[in-house]
Design a protein around this ligand. Sequence first.
Ligand code: SF4
Length: 157
Amino acid sequence: MTDTIQVKLSNRSCAAGLEYARRQSAGPAKDAILCCEGMCLKGETARRAANLLGHRLAPEKTVRICHGGLLEKSGGMRDLMQRANRVLILDGCGMACCTRLTKAAFPELQPEVVFTDKMTSYDGNPFGIDEVPEAEITANAQNVAAALADKYYGCCQ
Ligand code: SF4
């Protein structure tokens, strides 16, 4: 059984992502915000919190990074990572999917990692987003994003 995998970097890229990266690269360096994929409820909460933090609460200080973009040979997302002041990863649980992927792409990187499941309150052990009310997911994601905005950027609109 293997304990590592190899991923071939792609020459392809997302046009919208490249344009976002081009706009971001024209401005000052910011903190890079990454998150795990978000298939399950924990990941979904992490992903929503990352988007709220990056796009709504602290857009002047942060830039959102697509971890799929780290698998491109060059271009937007990798460039934004190289120029980031700090890399903040929101992983939904201790499996740390995004952290492991990011470290594979940038072995020397020392990211700040937040496990967002430690900051949420769901009764029981729900797995999918269909197992709790939508409003509860939204509230948890907002709470996580607000707490991180306050902690790292002193802002919490
Ligand atoms: S870190 Fe946890 S919550 Fe996020 S994608 Fe991986 S297993 Fe799911």
